[in-house]
Design a protein around this ligand. Structure first.
Ligand SMILES: [Zn+2]
Length: 105
C-alpha cells in the first residue's frame, strides 16, 4: 500500500503491479477463450448427434424380407421298416410315434 500514489486523477499503481495485473488478466482471458472453444466443440458434437438421431428416426422402416432358405439335405432312405415322420420321412423315435412327426417338422 505504501507503493500506491495519489495524484489529480486518483490512485496511481506502481509499474510492477500494473504488469502483474496485465499478465493475470491475459491468463484469465486465455482460460476463458479455451473454455469457450471447448463449449463450442461440445455443443457442435451435441447438435451433430441430435441431427443424426433425427435422421435415423425419420428414415422409413424397411419391411422385413426373408433371406434364402438353407439347402434341403437329401432325406436318407429309411434303414428299417419302423415309423417315419409324416413330414420329413426320417425315422421317428418311439416317443414321437403318437404325434406322427418330429416336433420341429
Ligand atoms: Zn420330421
Amino acid at each position: 500500500m505504501a507503493d500506491l500514489g495519489l495524484d489529480a486523477d486518483g490512485v496511481t499503481f506502481p509499474p510492477a503491479m500494473t504488469e502483474r495485473q496485465v499478465a493475470s488478466a491475459a491468463l484469465v482471458r486465455r482460460d476463458a477463450d479455451a473454455a469457450g472453444r471447448r463449449y463450442e466443440r461440445h455443443e457442435s458434437r451435441r447438435r451433430d448427434q441430435a441431427r443424426e438421431r433425427r435422421g435415423a428416426a425419420s428414415e422409413p422402416v424397411r419391411p422385413w424380407v426373408p433371406g434364402p432358405l438353407p439347402p434341403v439335405r437329401p432325406v436318407p432312405p429309411a434303414t428299417n421298416a419302423g415309423p417315419v415322420c409324416e413330414v420329413c420321412h426320417r425315422p421317428l423315435a418311439d416317443a414321437l410315434v403318437p404325434h406322427g412327426r418330429h416336433f420341429l417338422c
